[in-house]
Ligand binder design. Structure first.
Ligand SMILES: Nc1ncnc2c1ncn2[C@@H]1O[C@H](COP(=O)(O)OP(=O)(O)OP(=O)(O)O)[C@@H](O)[C@H]1O
Length: 316
């Protein structure tokens, strides 16, 4: 439905996007994941027609942005990273303003405004001045503004940057709800949890390139199929580690700063084996943590670097 082929963009000497290709299907929630500076914003600026690519092509339903910019722009909505709202107007007035910018009037405008307020969960606050809104409510109205022309595809550029975890969850639910209503979503983020929660398909970008692309499960498994199990305990682990190292279903069994750490394709069985062995060695588990293969481990495997600092960091 939306196809991006061999996109490239330079800013002077800097190659911000290099040979980026991917395809988004109708009804997809598609994630564009990557660390700061990976080229996500530049890519979506080209998809929305705000920037012209140096090379490559964007097309939707077989029509290219180069030849049919109006066709694509009518069908694509953008939620920018920065909040673009008039804070001396209320939510309804903001939506009406942006609707008229798209040439929507009369009952169509009213219907679209009401739909946007409902999807963003702002019906009860529609008459309140935006400057009185919380950061999370402003973010949701920002999303609503991006949908005022009822686009087929809504592109969101890191819509949760800089907000508290509770508002973030509310936004993620709003996005999921929109996708359930049939809106195709392209969601850029450097938070792998957001992409894992929302998206069935994704591309991971790094240094301007797509380094992994496909179904969530396939990309997640790029790092392998081993879960990492960490069991905290108190006492001497030497004999326990030596015994578990003999078990061929357990990999990388080690004592890491006083905790038992190991890897296995079957985490449940590994935990039960370890706990039984611990009891034989007179040790009590105080905390058990199982980390299944995830997008973070896939990114680490592909680049040797961490994707970002932390889920609750709430920083840009
Ligand atoms: N207008 C510009 N002029 C010069 N360099 C730019 C410009 N826009 C982006 N860049 C550079 O291109 C690279 C990709 O930036 P881009 O904003 O697309 O990344 P991003 O993945 O969206 O990261 P972020 O989350 O920080 O926005 C970065 O190195 C950035 O500094």
């Amino acid at each position: 439905m939306l196809e991006v082929k061999h996109l490239a963009k330079h800013f002077g000497e800097k190659a911000a996007v290099k040979n980026v290709s991917f395809q988004v299907n109708q009804g997809d929630a598609f994630g564009l994941l990557g660390p700061n500076g990976a080229g996500k914003s530049t890519t979506i600026s080209m998809i929305t027609g705000l920037l012209s690519p140096d090379e490559g092509e964007i097309s939707m339903h077989g029509k290219t942005m180069r030849k049919h910019p109006k066709f694509l722009k009518q069908r694509i909505g953008l939620v920018p990273q920065t909040i673009a709202l008039y804070d001396m107007m209320n939510a309804r007035e903001n939506l009406e303003f942006w609707g008229t910018v798209y040439g929507i009037t009369g009952s169509a405008l009213k219907d679209n405004v009401n739909w946007c307020l409902q999807v963003a969960g702002l019906e009860d606050n529609s008459k309140q001045l935006v400057k009185k809104y919380s950061g999370g409510m402003q973010r949701r109205l920002n999303i609503a503004v991006g949908m005022i022309h009822r686009p087929e595809v809504l592109i969101m550029d890191e819509p949760t940057v800089g907000i508290d975890p509770q508002s973030r969850n509310h936004i993620l639910e709003t996005v999921k709800n929109l996708n359930r209503q049939g809106v195709t979503i392209i969601y850029t983020s450097h938070y792998m949890e957001e992409v894992q929660f929302l998206c069935e398909r994704l591309a991971i970008m790094d240094h301007g390139q797509v380094i992994a692309y496909g179904d969530l499960n396939d990309v997640r498994q790029l790092a392998g199929t081993l879960a990492t199990i960490t069991i905290d305990t108190q006492g001497d682990l030497t004999a326990l580690v030596a015994e578990l190292q003999q078990d061929l279903s357990l990999k990388q069994v080690q004592n890491k700063e006083g905790a038992l750490v190991m890897q296995s394709t079957n985490a449940a069985s590994a935990v039960s084996k370890a706990v039984l062995a611990m009891s034989r060695h007179g040790l009590q588990p105080t905390k058990i943590n199982v980390e299944e293969p995830n997008l973070e481990s896939a990114f680490l495997h592909l680049t040797g670097r961490q994707l970002r600092d932390g889920w609750d960091g709430a920083s840009a």
